[in-house]
Ligand binder design. Structure first.
Ligand SMILES: CC(C)(COP(=O)(O)OP(=O)(O)OC[C@H]1O[C@@H](n2cnc3c(N)ncnc32)[C@H](O)[C@@H]1OP(=O)(O)O)[C@@H](O)C(=O)NCCC(=O)NCCS
Length: 150
């Protein structure tokens, strides 16, 4: 059964503000801080972004998630972040459910289906496993680098 939002929270099918996006990433010691121009480009270039607000301060995001994708078959889920004071209330679960439903709804039908990937921070593996994500090893190993720019 699809999760529901706890009382007082509202889902917004739009990106958070750049400032809120930066603040959400800064709230987690596991996420690398990014700069405002990166944030602006990231939000603008995403395939689908959602954020959650709380009735105590409806103009600021307390959680977000986004999908980067080609709209055809290749999708990457990223920036699933919940402010520490709003964690363990099911928001992460709700965001994952909402993003997965969006891909199922909008990705073209037919075999072989959509390939959905993500990087899991240590505390988030259980959440992602519940949505069907599995370690790609030993078949394929994920590889990445930070490309430094002046
Ligand atoms: C990972 C993260 C997104 C999870 O968000 P969250 O809103 O706390 O997630 P949920 O509440 O849906 O679930 C988290 C846990 O709380 C539990 N939970 C859910 N509702 C709860 C409630 N009402 N009371 C107590 N526990 C609850 C869940 O069972 C889950 O337990 P588990 O991790 O042992 O499986 C959040 O911790 C976060 O933002 N971390 C920092 C950024 C980060 O690492 N993001 C992931 C990048 S890959």
């Amino acid at each position: 059964m699809a999760p529901t939002l706890s009382e007082g929270y509202e889902i917004n099918t739009s990106p958070p503000s750049v400032q809120d996006y930066l603040a959400l990433r800064q709230s987690s010691p596991t996420l690398t801080p990014i700069n405002p121009s990166q944030a602006e480009a990231a939000l603008h270039g995403s395939w689908h972004t959602i954020h959650i607000t709380h009735q105590s301060d409806p103009s600021h995001a307390v959680a977000m998630g986004r999908i980067i994708g080609d709209g055809g078959w290749f999708f990457s889920i990223g920036d699933i972040v919940v402010l520490p004071s709003h964690q363990r209330k099911g928001l992460g679960d709700f965001i994952m459910s909402t993003l997965m439903e969006e891909i199922k709804k909008r990705a073209p039908k037919g075999a072989p289906g959509a390939y959905v990937m993500l990087f899991a921070a240590p505390g988030a593996r259980g959440l992602y496993a519940r949505y069907g994500f599995r370690d790609t090893m030993p078949g394929n190993m994920g590889m990445a680098q930070w490309l430094e720019k002046d």
